[in-house]
Design a binder for this molecule. Structure first.
Ligand code: MN
Length: 206
């Protein structure tokens, strides 16, 4: 994720064109979301690290707690957005039902794809304020689990691998769906990249 040579976080390129998720997510949303919002999280994480370094060197005084809070928020944003872009794909590689092996696991742990989709959608629709819905894999109990993230980092479950993420901040949909988060969530299933979800699942299982 970070460039280890530069020892800094960097904005990853979108793996497709800004208009590649049309008509479900507009070009304008993608442009602003990636180039402005995601970039702000990258810059925010780097700025927090720099402040901590300078404070250690005695160059500045900081409110450590506030800076660490900033770091968590911004790095959470950077991490989640980096996964979110890859969880979606252009026409021809997206939507429909999950493919194996994650399809089998979803059926095993949620009963059916429809039951999973309904509960994941419900998680996304009911995030209080800005946040995310996530599908995670817990290797310790060999189970897929759901969680909500508030903001970019609250309720984070650090030990679990993220397989699928859905951003429900207003910046992710407002320009196209206005205040209708439910409609955005329903549309979003059309752009899910199940190939990527499977790659993450296989890697997480080890
Ligand atoms: Mn976002």
């Amino acid at each position: 994720m970070g460039n280890t040579m530069a020892n800094k976080y960097e904005l990853p390129q979108l793996p497709y064109a800004y208009n590649a998720l049309e008509p479900f997510i507009s070009e304008k949303i993608m442009q602003l979301h990636h180039d402005k919002h995601h970039l702000a999280y990258v810059n925010g994480a780097n700025a927090a690290l720099e402040k901590l370094e300078k404070a250690r060197a005695g160059e500045i005084q900081i409110d450590t707690r506030a800076v660490l809070r900033d770091f968590s928020f911004n790095l959470g944003g950077h991490t989640l957005h980096s996964i979110f872009w890859q969880n979606m794909a252009p026409d021809g590689k997206r939507g429909g039902s999950p493919t194996d092996p994650v399809a089998v696991k979803i059926k095993e742990d949620f009963g059916s794809f429809e039951a999973f989709k309904a509960q994941f959608s419900d998680a996304a629709k009911t995030v209080e304020g800005s946040g995310w819905a996530l599908l995670l894999y817990d290797k310790s109990i060999d189970k897929l689990v759901l969680t909500q993230i508030e903001k970019q980092n609250m309720m984070h479950l650090p030990q679990l691998e993220i397989l699928l993420s859905l951003d429900v901040w207003e910046h992710a949909y407002y320009l196209q769906y206005l205040n209708d988060r439910a409609k955005y969530v329903e549309s979003w299933w059309n752009v899910v990249n199940w190939g990527d979800v499977n790659d993450r699942f296989v890697k997480a299982k080890g």
